[in-house]
Design a protein around this ligand. Sequence first.
Ligand SMILES: Cc1ncc(C[n+]2csc(CCOP(=O)(O)OP(=O)(O)O)c2C)c(N)n1
Ligand code: SF4
Ligand SMILES: [Mg+2]
Length: 295
Amino acid sequence: MFDLQHEAKGLVSHGNSACAGCGLELIMRKTMEVLGEDTIIIIPPGCSALFSGFGNESGLKIPGFQGNLENTAACAAGVRAALNAKGNTETTVLGFAGDGATVDIGLQALSGVWERRDKVMYICYDNEAYMNTGIQGSSSTPYYASTTTTPSGKPTGKKNLMEIAMAHDIPYAATASLSNLNDFKKKLKKAKDTDGPSLIHIQTPCPTGWRYEPSKSIQLAKSAVETGAWILYEYEEGKITINSKLKDLKPIEEYIGIQGRFKKLSDDQKSELQEYVSDYYHKYVSKLERMSVED
Ligand SMILES: Cc1ncc(C[n+]2csc(CCOP(=O)(O)OP(=O)(O)O)c2C)c(N)n1
Ligand code: SF4
Ligand SMILES: [Mg+2]
């Protein structure tokens, strides 16, 4: 799957303690491949801290540090301001945070960066729960997914991070999927080159938290897109492009059937989830299309 020669020279260590099959590790490798070594990374606590490291060891060959769960964006803004003061507007400053650190606990700091137009790139890797501390539900956990705090299935849907970014009218925001690495890399490049704040929100299959066989991560990322559970689109200087406009959605069973987090659902609940996902997909895509026509 990888160009091994390139990987050998890569910026991510080959030894790290991510679980087998972890989607996050592949996201980190692709991110570093595109951004390169002139990058400073801010990582909060969470599974991504497996890469910022412990003590004086790090899994990344770039400068960076681990902040707190609530202040990734604020730390990144501070680094940006210091670089700017030294006349360096080129180095990429990257906040790289999980869903809990983004849509729940760090949202206020992120809103500040977006409102001030700080040139900070932000990636939210969304494994749809607080995984590192034991799979607690976050506001990005999807409808009916079981977590340790929603054992019989989350009664509400995901908070829409892209809508929040678009409400701030930031210059570049996009969703991405591990099932399309070329699309992901293209979006990383655009986000890096944006003169102002940029966001990539990427769904992150997590074998441990979603409870599936580790070899199925890419298959799951693909089914999430094909069933309409994860929608690919970009918001670029106010213009919307839908990258996963589908005529027919695949049945949600293809996505949820191999994940333990949905295994307790009754047939009625599965039908309800099917209706919820299809409805959301069609209504949301129509809304995005209306927004792009109005531009
Ligand atoms: C304010 C605060 N609350 C709780 C914690 C404990 N904590 C550390 S990592 C973590 C999980 C973070 O979840 P997420 O951002 O989704 O990243 P993931 O672990 O899923 O990769 C939590 C709750 C903390 N460090 N700070
Ligand atoms: S818990 Fe999930 S996201 Fe965290 S390292 Fe394991 S597979 Fe990756
Ligand atoms: Mg998470």
